[in-house]
Write a protein that binds this ligand. Sequence first.
Ligand code: E4P
Length: 220
Amino acid sequence: MELYLDTSDVAAVRRLAPILPLAGVTTNPSIIASGKKPLTVVLPELQEALGGEGRLFAQVMATEARQMVEEAKKLRAIISDLVVKVPVTAQGLMAIKLLKAEGIPTLGTAVYGASQGLLAALAGAEYIAPYVNRLDAQGGNGIQTVKELQQLLKMHAPATKVLAASFKTPRQALDCLLTGCEAITLPLDVAEQMIASPAVSAAVEKFEHDWLAAFGVPGL
Ligand code: E4P
């Protein structure tokens, strides 16, 4: 599977890259805006924080297909192998087709339904990002949508992968992976919660306490 961090926090990527088996970093306009650094600065910094390995994802802001293609090229001028995120609107579908024809890899984003994701895959997107938590939050079923999308892609667009996004809890991420989903992107707080929990820290502290009490030294 492929595990991504959904962040523009360079220091956090630098800290977590040696710990997690990261396939790369995904961003979106809101994430980039929260860090207040322009893409020309933050994307190379993220690449460096990943140790030069792993893929970066950044999103176009234009809403018209030809302009999306121009912006995709601007993004690829910053990071040559960047995957371009394109919202799956009607214009987005056209942009995905145009970018595919030019050999530029895309991720179809803002996906709220399996049929929408399938269309983006058929247009040539390499990845499709269904928004799991946002679907749940509006009364839908994010995990069910991931499941359906995976089945559809397997049958009709096997070259495209689901890269599930929008998680608020480790449980959501696990449920998603249990469907067989091949790739997920996690916000920092969810990734941190998967690495450590108060119960684990308490267990380790108890081992240290017992050891010290018996032998008077902390190490072996
Ligand atoms: C990914 O493509 C999305 O931009 C992102 O994961 C959305 O996450 P959010 O719902 O937490 O904003």
